[in-house]
Design a protein around this ligand. Structure first.
Ligand SMILES: *Cc1c(COP(=O)(O)O)cnc(C)c1O
Length: 367
């Protein structure tokens, strides 16, 4: 019997997507971003599937600790760094690299006497105004950090692109220029020693100028496009995740019948309605609009009515002979998650990250 809600993960696609990163950035080392439970695909599962990369990045210290406790030996950078001495101790104990973006962190590092215990990524804020030092603070901070005995020299340097998914937006080149100009103020031997990192997936795919010593792909490793006008498959990537369910009821409805909470969908002519066992309690987006495509028996049918916690309703006009138990695909297998994201006014990142605990995970290699 088909489980009610399950996601199939094609882990072999991960290696293909890493190869695509290498095609775009042949000279760069790869820091694979696996924060947020590997973008919803499972932190450890993804770490194991991506063994061939040069480093991992996670957002938070506890994500790095989970990887270490599972025996992952690969270099790991913690993108949010640390906010107190206790967290720094955890980074040291588990041998995690820290992103350094604030003066509080600099002061904590300066207060320590150990020698060469931690590698850091000094983050410059080139316009996103999230984490990082402003370019005019850079030289001072860099000098202070080179004096910290606890830091393993040389210091690595990074910034993050805010608009790289918009290929027309001049912001990205401005950010890259600001980063490079700022680093050009360092002594030449320091410039040579420090490794640099700029590009996320959109940077790798659309901005040659962003390719430096290290690239930091996230979403593209999962086979998903960072752009709103293309799918991962159109970029030569292979999606890892597909999301599935099954029909649990099929019935005739009459003209004038209302479907779902608040009766937002009104039947205009008699049709066949299908109920599938998946809803926002599984991570299917509550804001998917009527008309969002769903595959029933591999054929597209439109979502109708509101998405409930455990169920959705679809119009089976084109499949009047469908039966309870028939397979339903919410995304994947020819239905791009990027298309579903557009139908729900969101981005595919939120859909894959949002798949909940209740969804059974099936690894494709094990099928
Ligand atoms: C999440 C993140 C990435 C990866 O971004 P994608 O768009 O998923 O490729 C890279 N760098 C930083 C600092 C991030 O926070």
């Amino acid at each position: 019997m088909i489980p009610a809600a399950y996601a199939v993960l094609d882990l072999e696609a991960a290696a293909h997507n890493v190869q695509r990163v290498r095609d775009y950035a042949p000279n760069a080392k790869i820091m694979a971003v696996i924060k947020a439970n590997g973008y919803g695909h499972g932190l450890l599962r993804i770490a194991e599937a991506l063994q061939a990369v040069d480093a991992f990045a996670v957002a938070r210290v506890d994500e790095g600790i989970r990887l270490r406790k599972a025996g992952i030996k690969t270099r790991i950078a913690v993108l949010e760094g640390f906010t107190c001495a206790e967290e720094l101790d955890e980074l040291l104990h588990y041998q995690l690299d820290a992103v350094v973006h604030s003066f509080i962190q600099v002061e904590i590092l300066e207060s320590r006497a150990e020698r060469g215990r931690i590698a850091i990524w000094l983050k410059l804020d080139t316009g996103m105004n999230r984490l990082g030092f402003k370019p005019n603070q850079f030289n001072l901070v860099y000098q202070r950090l080179t004096q910290c005995s606890i830091i393993r020299q040389p210091i690595n340097l990074m910034t993050h692109l805010a608009n790289a998914d918009d290929k027309q937006d001049a912001t990205t080149l401005k950010q890259i220029r600001w980063f490079n100009d700022t680093l050009a103020t360092l002594a030449p031997e320091l410039q040579l020693a420090s490794e640099r990192s700029i590009a996320n997936s959109a940077g790798i795919l659309a901005w040659q100028e962003a390719l430096t010593d290290w690239v930091r792909p996230g979403i593209m490793l999962y086979g998903i496009s960072p752009f709103s006008d293309s799918t991962g498959e159109q970029l030569g990537l292979k999606p890892l995740m597909s999301l599935h369910s099954r029909l649990i009821a099929v019935k005739r409805i009459a003209k004038g019948d209302k479907v779902g909470y608040s009766g937002t969908w009104v039947c205009e002519k008699p049709t066949t309605l299908g109920v599938a066992a998946i809803g926002y309690g599984d991570g299917y987006p509550r804001y998917a609009k009527a008309g969002t495509p769903v595959l029933v028996n591999g054929q597209r049918v439109p979502l109708i009515g509101r998405v409930s916690m455990d169920m959705i309703t679809v119009d089976l006009e084109t499949q009047p002979n469908a039966n309870p138990g028939d397979p339903v695909t919410l995304w994947g297998n020819g239905l791009a998650v990027e298309e579903i994201a557009l139908c729900a006014d969101t981005i595919a990142y939120t859909l894959v990250c949002g798949v909940t605990q209740r969804v059974q995970i099936v690894e494709k290699t094990a099928l």
